[in-house]
Design a protein around this ligand. Sequence first.
Ligand code: IPD
Length: 270
Amino acid sequence: AVPSPAELLGLARDIAVRAGEQSLAARREGVSVAATKSTPLDIVTAVDRDTEALIRALIAEERPDDGVFGEEDAARIGTSGLEWIVDPIDGTVNFLYGIPNWAISIAVVSGGADPAEWTALAGVVVNPVSGELFEASKDGGARLAGAELRVNDPVPLSRALIGTGFGYAAEVRRAQGAVAAALLPGIRDLRRLGSAALDLCALAAGRLDGFYETGLNPWDHAAGALIAREAGALVTGPGGGRESSELLVAAGPALAPELRAALTAAGLPA
Ligand code: IPD
């Protein structure tokens, strides 16, 4: 039988908590860069790899026929129609520097191997340092430590605190910096907290009014976007369409169109 979103959430929560304990213990032992990926700034530590290995092993024990799509290892093709989208450590640079804002992000989606077809069923984002565990299931609401999450009441963009992030490639950052520079005079302030998964949870918890980023990967936003959506946010891709890694815009339903229009005016494709 196909498990319910609540059942999948329970499993994802248990796995994320164990992964959080392991990565926090490893962080206390010390961390160093094990390798670089897309650019010399795009780092991976042994803890990223070990944490993903643990998560994959725990998923395989309970759900051997599900697919797994993780940041640090090849995709595992499943046969059940369910995929686990895993970021073992989102905010790896914070993790390396000891900035206490990094997370384990785990989502379960239906729809097969094509991200364009995914529907998120359950999502968990755990910050092992603060102990905060954000979670949501489809149509089941979003919670932090058992308390229901709700995005902030509407504010005009000029009073909105907006989160964003930057990629690892210089030419990508040049464009992202230009957009941020154009947006900044028209908002309350901009935050670059260093973990897209936690940014989306911050939006859900009212710690940000909006969030946008270009060039994310599905594991950065799959769980956080469900949590934000279940807390009342509108989370959309280019042109206001489906959630997308290319451009992700998330905010309360009144602010989202204004933020999107400002981003378009700042140079992002409509
Ligand atoms: C990064 C973080 C960061 C975002 C980058 C991501 P990683 O993920 O989410 O906030 O700005 O685009 O790549 O590399 O720490 O897993």
